[in-house]
Design a protein around this ligand. Sequence first.
Ligand code: PEP
Length: 252
Amino acid sequence: MRKKIVAGNWKMNKNLQEGIALAQELNEKLTADKPACGVVICTPFIHLASVAGIIDKSIIGLGAENCADKEKGAYTGEVSAEMVKSTGADYVILGHSERRAYYGETPEILKEKVNLALANGLKVIFCIGEVLEEREAGKQNEVVKAQIEGSLFDLTTEQYANVILAYEPVWAIGTGKTATAEQAEEIHAFIRGVIAEKFGAQAAEDTTILYGGSCKPSNARELFAKPNVDGGLIGGAALKADDFKGIIDAWK
Ligand code: PEP
């Protein structure tokens, strides 16, 4: 059976001390009251090694928010997949809409990142999603299909088994405007169909597909109740341990 997951994306928030405090608080809450789903926190690079030493990794997984599209060498300021893995992290978010929009990450660049992440033993949380104009023009399905095809279709089924998908409509990220549970279910089912066509029915059935975009304790339960919604990728609400735990508890 596919895994249910709630993953947090801290983005560029929290200095080191604040990040450590948040990880500690979350770890305390989740060791005292065990989650009924997988939990992952994806932090800025600078937090990874410290947070890895704080969390109980049997309860909370750790991930980065990005990695380089090159293996190693003279790429000043970049952080490689191998470096991420060496901190104790096991996941990396790739293809987030903010990276696509603000840092020009194309499907080709993301393909390189995905390959390097997987080659270094990281699980990839791969984000896809349409912008508002695309949704209004009814193009959301073709947009997400092209994003998947452009970066993931060269993987073998074995490699693909370490990919988690996150459907994040860009118009819902950080806007307070959530996709309805019906909208999420409809496109998640479509995405699962795209995966089935390429990687087969079993791989599609096993794929965890997260919803992301203004998910909070008050709407998580309704979203997660849909058969093709396997959890959430959480931005703003992952920055407060109580809110994040409130979403995690939607699986109980
Ligand atoms: C995100 O950016 O991954 C996200 C889902 O953000 P938010 O929850 O703040 O909308």
